[in-house]
Design a protein around this ligand. Structure first.
Ligand code: SGN
Ligand code: CA
Length: 508
């Protein structure tokens, strides 16, 4: 074999990086974070052989923007990709994959890209168009052609990732491989072998399923409620199809299913039709309907996750069998968190904990000694500088994230950041979440400003109100803490140079 053996690479500190990112996977549905709902043994393996970040967050809780923050190490207003709906990522800008490549790494991207422009900085890519499909999905190749491939998307992405590591890469170089799964994005279409999984399980209702949004105007204005059929579609999301159905998303649903092989489709219809027949015979309304939809949602999401967990296991097994584990940093994260019925919701976008947070676990190669939980506040803008640091490359001054490498070495720098900045832009748009920015502090406080066609501030004490139900902004006795958070917010806006937001602080 030409080039350096894995052990030699590790000795040089030039670890490989396998970065696995899912779509919309949230910590509530990952057993090493939260074991109430599902078991994810393979994801948990990553944490067991390394670290679990328990204060891991995104800078903008939406797919494209989150991915842009990740590959640039910069907040949205700096990388330019602020929202999914109007954005085209400017691929001519500095990105971490380009810098990794310049540092001698082989770079590859497989799966969901979602940044519209053709990926730059990759020696190899094989991506799904837009959101991609679950069944017999299309893939866009480097020559620009689109090919429909047979199978379930999570298996196919993993097959491709393993094939690239085993057969396609230049083995004389260290590599960074981005495996971007489509799972577990809406509408949670399961792999056929798991279509019957979780059907005996009844999931506990979240305490805030019937939140009334009192004191939170933006929360009241959203369109992401499980119980509302205009928000969570009974056909598309819950798969309760019957002939003549004409909900807003019925056509989209049927077009997705039309990709299936006929035998699978017959089995799929047989399974969901029997549930739909019972459902329509009951004429559920009110809370009974909401809770039926919640259970369907949880089960389908859990099924999709089961295939994902299997495939992460396959990826780890490949690395082990190829002798690469000791020289490879394996990262598992999601493009953002997600609501599993908290506040009555699905989807993400808000700076509230469930969607501001994102799972982040890492299996560490030989030589990186940290183990267990890491409590420092980290954000997805930190991944780029971390990987550059691992590659021994210079971290450019304009990168806004911090390298996590000291934390992976078991250090706890006293001057580690004590607050995080967030800015969400996609409004007006699907799910109607107002534009907002805010600051969250290590001592458990959060201040958020919703703006544009609204002008409201929210203040939370997470230590006493972890579910963020009590907006304390403007309450007597909070003047001092509000002032402190306001100061911290302005400090971060200046540090990150978010000039537009700075001006909005004084919106009248
Ligand atoms: C689609 C979904 C939305 C979802 C966005 C963004 N609608 O538009 O529910 O919020 O993607 O998701 S759907 O009817 O097409 O399923 S993201 O993860 O890509 O940002
Ligand atoms: Ca997403």
């Amino acid at each position: 074999m030409p080039g350096l053996l894995p052990a030699a690479l590790a000795a040089q500190g030039r670890y490989n990086v396998v970065y696995i990112m899912t779509d919309d996977h949230t910590a509530q549905m990952m057993s090493c974070y939260d074991n109430r709902f599902v078991s994810t043994p393979n994801l948990d393996r990553i944490a067991a052989d390394g670290v679990k970040f328990v204060n891991s967050y995104v800078a903008n809780s939406l797919s494209g923007p989150s991915r842009a923050c990740m590959i640039t190490g910069k907040h949205s207003h700096k990388n330019g990709f602020t929202n999914n709906e109007h954005g085209i990522f400017d691929g001519s800008q500095q990105t971490m994959p380009k810098l990794m490549r310049a540092a001698g790494y082989e770079t590859a991207l497989i799966g969901k890209w979602h940044l519209v422009s053709t990926p730059t900085g990759f020696d190899y890519f094989d991506i799904v168009p837009g959101q991609g499909d679950y069944y017999n999905p299309d893939f866009i190749k480097m020559d620009g052609s689109t090919v429909t491939e047979k199978g379930y998307v999570t298996n196919l992405i993993t097959d491709k990732a393993i094939d690239w590591m085993a057969n396609k890469r230049d083995k004389s170089k260290p590599f960074i491989l981005f495996i971007h799964h489509k799972a577990c994005h809406r509408p949670w279409l399961p792999e056929m072998k798991y279509i019957r999984a979780y059907e005996d399980q009844t999931f506990a209702l979240p305490a805030t399923l019937y939140d009334d949004y009192e004191g939170r105007e933006a929360a009241a204005a959203q369109e992401m409620e499980i119980g509302n059929n205009q928000h969570m579609d009974i056909v598309y999301d819950n798969k309760m199809y019957r002939p003549g159905a004409n909900t807003r998303l019925t056509d989209l649903y049927l077009s997705m299913l039309s990709r299936m092989d006929s035998k699978d489709r017959a089995d799929y219809d047989y399974f969901y039709d029997s549930i739909a027949n019972r459902f329509y015979a009951q004429n559920l309304t009110g809370k009974a309907l909401t809770e039926f939809k919640y259970q369907r949602y949880m089960r389908d999401y859990a099924k999709v996750l089961k295939s994902l967990d299997d495939n992460v296991g396959r990826t780890l097994d490949y690395l082990r069998d190829a002798g690469l584990l000791d020289s490879t940093l394996v990262v598992y994260t999601s493009d953002q968190g997600f609501y599993m019925g908290e506040h009555g919701w699905f989807d993400k976008r808000f700076m509230y904990e469930e969607s501001f947070a994102t799972p982040l676990v890492m299996r560490l190669p030989n030589g990186l000694s940290a183990r267990g939980d890491i409590k420092e506040m980290v954000q997805n803008i930190d991944y780029a500088p971390t990987f550059l640091d691992i590659a021994g490359a210079k971290i450019p001054d304009d990168i806004q994230g911090e390298s996590l490498l000291p934390l992976l070495k078991g250090k706890h720098p006293a001057d580690w950041r004590k607050s995080l900045y967030y800015h969400y832009y996609e409004y007006p748009a699907e799910h109607s979440v107002k534009r907002h920015y805010g600051v969250s502090t290590a001592d458990g406080w959060k201040l958020i400003h919703f703006y544009q066609d609204i002008n409201t501030w929210e203040l939370y004490n997470l230590n006493e109100d972890p579910q963020e139900l009590h907006n304390l902004y403007g309450q007597p006795g909070t003047e001092k803490v509000t002032k402190r958070l306001m100061k911290e917010l302005v400090k971060l806006q200046k540090q990150y140079d978010d000039q537009d937001a700075l001006k909005l602080n004084n919106q009248k």
